[in-house]
Ligand binder design. Structure first.
Ligand code: GTP
Length: 171
């Protein structure tokens, strides 16, 4: 068959935002794990879409591991940034981590689309993607192409919209 284009993606966001659950949901059902545990360091996962074969570095969001993220910016062609839309208290922390990302030399120096998921949209007190976008100041990001969508990583709702956008950005 025709070989799909290989793409390296870095998946970041605070601990407990749902990164591993989301990546697991993107894998074919035969490759999915039954139970997701907090990531130690990082984990490398693979999934594909119609035209692309993704290698995803699923980074731990725990404070003590966040310093690892920057070492993977250089090789990443895109970023998936997951936000827990029900964790209002820590949106400011997510914003600080986003700022560190977009001002990093290895990120500033190249094209790198950023896909934001406001995850856990199923929780009754979750904030809308518009609200999260305002709180994170996304309209101020002029140097990167970005997209935000609401998701439920447990059911997969919203994931296709985001991944379709990412696929268009990379082709
Ligand atoms: P770290 O590995 O610590 O960085 O966490 P993570 O971002 O990979 O989060 P993980 O996928 O481990 O999910 C954390 C918890 O949130 C788990 O209990 C998930 O079942 C739950 N979770 C993930 N996505 C959703 C969602 O969309 N809705 C709800 N209600 N729970 C979710």
């Amino acid at each position: 068959g025709i070989k799909k284009k290989e793409v390296n993606v870095l998946c970041i966001g605070l601990d407990n935002s749902g990164k591993s659950t989301m990546i697991n949901q993107l894998k074919p059902s035969s490759a999915q794990s039954q139970d997701i545990v907090p990531t130690i360091g990082f984990s490398v996962e693979r999934f594909s879409t119609t035209s692309l074969s993704f290698t995803v570095f699923d980074m731990s969001g725990q404070g003590r591991y966040r310093s690892l993220w920057e070492h993977y910016y250089r090789d990443a062609q895109a970023i998936i940034f997951v936000i827990d839309s029900a964790d209002k208290m820590r949106i400011v922390v997510a914003k600080e981590e986003l700022n560190a990302l977009i001002t990093h030399p290895d990120v500033k120096s190249k094209r790198m689309p950023i896909l934001f998921f406001t995850n856990k949209m199923d929780l009754p007190d979750s904030l809308s993607s518009v609200k999260v976008s305002q709180m994170m100041g996304l309209e101020n990001i002029k140097s990167k192409s970005w997209h935000i969508c609401a998701s439920n990583a447990l059911t997969g709702e919203g994931l296709k919209e985001g991944v379709d956008w990412l696929q268009d950005q990379i082709r």
